[in-house]
Design a protein around this ligand. Sequence first.
Ligand SMILES: Cc1cc2nc3c(=O)[nH]c(=O)nc-3n(C[C@H](O)[C@H](O)[C@H](O)COP(=O)(O)OP(=O)(O)OC[C@H]3O[C@@H](n4cnc5c(N)ncnc54)[C@H](O)[C@@H]3O)c2cc1C
Length: 431
Amino acid sequence: MHYEPVNACILLLGQIDGAELVTVEDLAAEGDLHPVQAAMVAHHGSQCGFCTPGIVMSLFALYHEGRQPLGRDAINDALAGNLCRCTGYRPIVDAALDACSRPPNDTFSANGEARAKALVELADGQDILIDGEDRFFAAPASEAPLAALYERHPDATVVAGCTDVGLWITKGMKELDKIIWLGRVAELGLIEENTERLVIGATVTHAQAYPALARIDPDLGEIMRRFGSVQVRASGTIGGSIANGSPIGDLAPAFIALGAELDLRQGDESRTIPLESFFIAYRQQDRAPGEYVRRVGVPKLKANETFRAYKVSKRFDEDISAVLGAFRLTLDGRRITAARVAFGGMAGIPKRAAETEQALVGLSLDDPSSWGEALAATRRDYQPLDDHRASAAYRGTVARNLLFKALSETASGQTLATRIVGRRETLEAAE
Ligand SMILES: Cc1cc2nc3c(=O)[nH]c(=O)nc-3n(C[C@H](O)[C@H](O)[C@H](O)COP(=O)(O)OP(=O)(O)OC[C@H]3O[C@@H](n4cnc5c(N)ncnc54)[C@H](O)[C@@H]3O)c2cc1C
């Protein structure tokens, strides 16, 4: 059994098909508080009580991870999607340390086998279609019926984790008549890996992809660790973060810098394109009606390649990037022979920096005085967004400085003091 905290406000009922739903009301058994609830009481982790149910459910999931040893950092990560504004986090973290530092021992672990068996019996591998032709919730169980259904109903809304689509409903007040949920399509949930590539199915969640991405490079792990919160990572998918075409999404620029390719399918036809060519203009992608994202292939780094990526946002967790810069450099000794540079937040789409890439070729890592032209080229490559998250001028300066940071770190082999978390610590957190 694997418990994950999810945000109920952006989860469609159909998405919990085949899963056990546990809410805070389910935790106390025969009048006894759950160990997590008891620890929250003992450590005075609750004051006004408003945020407490969410915190308790996040800690319940952490409790069932049975992680040992459990440090404060891991607890902070687990709590990231919850805001407490009166108790303060110290007593909550103390409660977590107390309750979650040993193997789980509650009614859920005691009858885990029976629960798992009941869930396995529900997994019938059947396509689901609720209602009719004009209004439906469909959950195909494999790719062939998905492709056929979406081709027949190109006006349907494809839903993966629903962390974006949920907001169209709760904030945009949209009525979605036709929904095709991808969560049951077995083929889309696979991660395949060989020595050269990582291939991630469209419905693989951020939580599932996190360790494999961190193994490509710790900076990718850092991006995943700071992607929303545990709840968002448990629902949100890799495919959704690409298909939504967001100019400020975190993964697209990082994947573009790594040279990723995207697989798409419409009916019986499949095609593979470089990820960067998927993004055409603001909220416009190279995706035909009825065509869906199947998977993304991310090349691993070769021995002579280095990678750096930095997310700049106002908060550490649960925040959208103002700028995200990603840099893959190919080296011949100390000289740069090729570069792939991509930024998010700098244009209407996640975009490569063509002039910057050109200017980087031939530069020596040992001669910072020669880097000026490449740094200046970042200004010519972009007309940055100007919005409430950051001004265009700020974004322009940040982009230039992130390139300088990437070059400095690559040259010295050290991490700079302006990093919030070091590369080694990031890798450890992912493992
Ligand atoms: C609280 C919160 C925090 C967030 N933090 C971050 C963050 O730190 N960084 C970041 O980049 N994003 C963030 N997001 C945005 C969002 O979570 C991600 O973009 C997420 O990856 C979207 O994936 P999803 O599976 O939930 O997509 P969904 O909401 O299911 O779908 C998003 C869009 O993609 C389409 N779609 C989904 N899958 C496919 C497919 N396979 N083929 C074709 N179309 C498809 C849908 O039709 C829809 O248009 C955050 C969102 C929330 C609510």
